[in-house]
Design a protein around this ligand. Structure first.
Ligand SMILES: [Zn+2]
Length: 212
């Protein structure tokens, strides 16, 4: 009797834990996931595992934690018209415009859905020009270019594509000072925080949740 009762309690507890886990998973599963297509430029020699570990995996963990959405990355290489894009130059407005055209052509050619849950990043070995580590279309929020020059550049540019702003970025003290992802300039001696600021987390979550 004692054993049976204990087994009942254990079964009930297990059922409750399992139910809670399923509910948490359901919430994430029900929300539309974010898909980021990352075109690896032909000039990048770093292997995908290192790229993912240093530039993306921590960002995905942070994004998933406050959006309650799955974040899928799709790395693409050797895609003519995209991975050989001429991103280096002085006129960044023109470069961003041409990159948006290239992405638009890719979306059309592959008949891909167009909505705010799909973002397109070009990952490059070099900066766009001196002092410009990446660029993103903060207006349409579809396409951006990020160099590998600092570990936070893809998170910075993707942050713009998700409604994040420089103004909402923060310096955190842990206790050493670090810069959150959307800080607009690097300060010597400051570390990277590898997170978005609380204000940018709110802006990003609001952007993804709006109308859905
Ligand atoms: Zn920026």
């Amino acid at each position: 009797m004692k054993l049976t009762f204990l087994r009942y309690i254990l079964t009930l507890t297990t059922a409750l834990i399992f139910s809670a886990a399923v509910n948490a998973a359901d919430t994430k599963a029900l929300k539309e996931p974010l898909l980021v297509q990352v075109f690896i430029h032909d000039d990048v020699s770093l292997d995908l595992e290192t790229i993912n570990r240093n530039y993306f995996s921590w960002m995905v963990k942070d994004l998933e934690s406050f959006t309650q959405r799955k974040v899928h990355l799709r790395f693409l290489k050797n895609t003519p018209g995209l991975t050989d894009f001429a991103y280096h130059g002085e006129n960044i407005d023109s470069i961003l415009w041409l990159w948006k055209v290239a992405v638009h052509n890719y979306i059309t050619r592959h008949n891909l859905p167009q909505n705010k849950f799909r973002k397109y990043l070009l990952l490059t070995d070099r900066v766009i020009k001196s002092g410009t580590l990446g660029i993103a279309d903060a207006d349409k929020k579809v396409a951006g270019i990020a160099s590998l020059s600092s570990y936070n550049v893809p998170a910075h540019e993707l942050g713009h594509l998700l409604g994040g702003t420089h103004d909402a970025a923060k310096i955190l003290y842990r206790p050493w000072p670090c810069e959150t992802n959307l800080d607009s300039h690097r300060t010597v001696g400051f570390a990277l925080c590898y997170v978005y600021s609380d204000e940018n987390k709110r802006l990003i979550a609001d952007y993804l949740n709006a109308g859905s």
